[in-house]
Design a binder for this molecule. Structure first.
Ligand code: ACO
Length: 324
């Protein structure tokens, strides 16, 4: 008998304000055409003034609980992946715990930038398997609009705000890959690449939150190579092959990266969940947002094999294979 982390429900929340590509033509030398063709992004959501990452994460968590027919009393722990917390501390997760009215359990944040949700899923799976919790809320929530330099056309057009939540529940499986739930995880990082993608401020350096800086084309090359490799490795660990994959749920950074990864995996694009056009890159929120949107559309069927993969600042990258 094996404890498996099975998806019990998903939910998401996007801020009301939708920002079209044309918005950036006012402040930088860019165009809707460039952004669409180079990234696949058409629009993104930006949080309202005063609206924080925990506000977005709370709304996503409430949506997931409602869809799963559960209440906050049914949840043992909250894990939030974010790089844009409301405050340096306490964690966004404890703020969401309080917002949900949870009086027990535990909550904490994980920071692995755009790979954050994959890391959080892996961490939640370890918690459930170790018996430290039976039902967990795993949330990706971000307000990247707050760390963008709106004069830097190479970065400001790429990102958006939002939150997604997944409820994982411990269920008993047989231990082979016919089980529902998380079947394998592959995590990687290499801090030697930290200058490729970083924020130029922080508590112990400038005392400010800083702005995002990225060498986009270097990150692009790493992404194309590393995402397919991590997905293949996780599939190997699960004893599965690419042709058994029903859905790729990729980090939504750039349509060209997603297409290149799908091609390397031998997957047709109709097996890829795409939200990048409408959401832009929402960093740690992008995978749970995409998962929740596709779930709400009824696209995943029980028994389907999903692969989620992401890469971001660090560099940190990884993937999770799960059976729906
Ligand atoms: N509008 C118009 N021109 C632009 C823009 C823009 N918004 N941005 C860059 N350009 C220009 C550049 O200045 C450059 O001009 P030059 O040739 O005169 O120097 C030209 O376009 C080509 O620039 P590249 O950077 O080579 O363009 P590329 O095709 O690589 O696309 C992009 C840039 C979209 C950033 C791409 O490299 C990318 O998606 N990179 C990866 C992003 C990513 O996946 N990040 C990881 C996750 S993010 C996280 O962890 C927070």
């Amino acid at each position: 008998m094996t404890r498996r982390s099975v998806v019990r429900g998903t939910g998401h929340y996007l801020p009301e304000r939708i920002v079209a590509n044309a918005f950036f033509e006012q402040s930088t030398d860019t165009s809707d055409e460039w952004i669409r063709t180079r990234t696949g992004i058409e629009r993104r959501h930006f949080a309202a003034e005063g609206q924080t990452t925990s506000d977005l994460g709370l709304r996503a968590a409430q949506a997931a609980l409602e869809r799963a027919g559960l209440t906050a009393d049914d949840i043992d722990a909250v894990i939030v992946a974010t790089s844009t917390p409301d405050l340096t501390f306490p964690s966004v997760a404890t703020m969401i715990q309080s917002g949900l009215g949870m009086k027990r359990g535990f909550a904490y944040d994980i920071q692995a930038v755009c790979a954050g949700f994959v890391y959080a899923l892996a961490n939640a799976d370890a918690m459930l398997r170790a018996g430290l919790a039976d039902r967990l809320l795993v949330i990706g929530a971000e307000t990247f609009s707050r760390i963008l330099d709106f004069t830097d056309r190479a970065t400001c057009v790429l990102f958006g705000d939002g939150a997604g939540a997944v409820i994982l529940e411990a269920q008993t499986g047989t231990g082979d890959n016919s089980d529902r739930g998380i079947l394998s995880v592959d995590l990687n990082s290499n801090g030697d690449y930290r200058d490729l993608l970083y924020v130029d401020g922080g508590v112990a350096t400038t005392g400010t939150s800083g702005h995002l800086r990225m060498q986009g084309n270097s990150v692009f090359r790493h992404a194309v190579e590393k995402l397919a490799a991590t997905a293949h490795h996780a599939l190997d660990l699960a004893g599965l092959t690419s042709d058994q994959v029903d859905w790729l749920v990729p980090h939504q950074a750039n349509m060209r990266i997603i297409e290149a990864t799908a091609k390397r995996m031998g997957l047709p694009m109709d097996k890829v969940v795409l939200t990048v056009a409408d959401h832009g890159n929402t960093s740690a929120a992008s995978i749970p947002l995409a998962m929740s949107v596709a779930d709400a559309q009824g696209r995943f069927k029980p028994g389907d094999i999903l692969v989620a993969e992401a890469i971001g600042g660090g560099l940190a990258w990884g993937s999770v294979v799960l059976r729906w």
